[in-house]
Design a protein around this ligand. Structure first.
Ligand code: TYM
Length: 331
């Protein structure tokens, strides 16, 4: 039997190169070898305020981009989180089994709090417990994510193990799977921070649907250093190291030394032009498919079929958990 893999992306805003390299690329590669479950985490979206019309556009774009990047609905289970009610219900159960101390240690929430953002929601705070439910419902063996989500997967494991000890083996405990290259793609304007949707004026973030000229400009003006050597040295040359990672991961994990050798004795201008060619080549390929898909009914049929297949798995897990806890009376 194939091992199962599960992951999701939260489409607050548009998907970017970081989420592609750190996550989506793994989903696509994995669907050959594993049974891939890839969902769109729309419940997670509303942990921060959303404009309804914009959210709906982002959801549709996200499904189209999953498909455009190569996820195949015949091989993978692709669905919207809200189409499978079991997520919210197991999420609540997980929340009741997670300690405040554990949630207080989550760096993503702490970072947001430290920025002094006003009116953070309760949902944002308990978000990792919903994420634990997302995972455990499908009994995956692996959860492919970027570096920033590792702590959340570890929390999921801790709570699952604790519940298994208390109620019997109700959960299969998965492992996070972090890619060797590209687990943390950095901002182009500030390579000491990760590339993210909330990146200031967005000059540091390349969106998968960016105009190609814009994407090229962003790379050409990426922050580098004054050393003038194309060398993978994240500590002293974080900008160049980031561009090397981007290039390597978009060229089938091309070895860093190979890239260093190609640009020996050449300037950063030449190197950036080559990175821009590779990135724009990839974006062009994705966008071409995106425009074929976005207005087709492939989105609806994919989500309908995906939700049916997902529900069939999730309902069995939820039932088992509720029974073990002693919450159910009727069959
Ligand atoms: P999200 O939507 O913030 O990010 C989606 C995936 O992309 C990865 N990622 C990156 N990888 C490398 N470099 C970056 N700059 C970068 N930015 C984002 C993330 O690590 C993630 O893998 N909580 C999750 C969504 C989620 C989920 C789940 C994931 C909800 N339930 C269950 C796995 C399993 C999130 O907000 O990811």
């Amino acid at each position: 039997m194939k091992h199962r893999m599960l992951s999701g992306i939260k489409p607050t805003g548009q998907l970017h190169l970081g989420s592609y390299i750190g996550a989506l690329r793994q989903f696509v590669q994995s669907q050959e070898e594993y049974e891939m479950v890839a969902f769109i985490a729309n419940l997670h979206c509303i942990t921060v305020p959303q404009e309804p019309a914009e959210l709906q556009k982002n959801l549709r774009d996200c499904v189209a981009l999953y498909l455009a990047c190569g996820l195949d609905p015949k091989k993978s289970i692709i669905f919207l989180q809200t189409d499978v009610m079991e997520h919210a219900q197991l999420g609540y159960i997980m929340c009741c089994h997670t300690y405040l101390g554990e949630l207080n240690r989550m760096t993503q929430f702490k970072d947001k709090q430290a920025k002094g953002e006003a009116n953070l929601s309760g949902g944002l705070y308990t978000y990792p417990t919903l994420m634990a439910a997302d995972i455990l419902l499908y009994e995956p063996d692996y959860v492919p994510v970027g570096e920033d989500q590792k702590q959340h997967v570890e929390l999921c494991r801790d709570v699952a193990i604790r519940m298994n000890n208390r109620y019997g083996e109700i959960f299969h405990v998965p492992e996070p799977m972090i890619p060797e290259v590209g687990a943390r793609i950095m901002s182009l304007t500030d390579p000491t921070h990760k590339m993210s949707k909330s990146d200031g004026l967005n000059r540091g973030c390349i969106y998968l649907l960016d105009d190609l000229k814009d994407a090229r400009k962003k790379i050409m003006s990426a922050k580098t250093d004054s050393l003038g050597i194309v060398k993978y040295d994240p500590e002293n040359q974080p900008g160049i190291a980031n561009l090397i990672q981007i290039m390597s991961s978009l060229q089938d994990d091309r070895p860093f030394e190979d890239i260093e050798k190609e640009f020996e004795g050449k300037g950063y201008g030449d190197f950036k032009r080559a990175v821009a060619d590779v990135v724009c080549g990839k974006l062009e390929e994705i966008q071409k498919r995106y425009y074929e898909i976005i207005d087709s009914d492939l989105i609806e049929t994919t989500l309908k079929d995906g939700a049916d297949r997902a529900r069939a798995i999730a309902s069995v897990t939820l039932d088992r958990v509720q029974r073990a806890i002693g919450m159910e009376i009727i069959d």
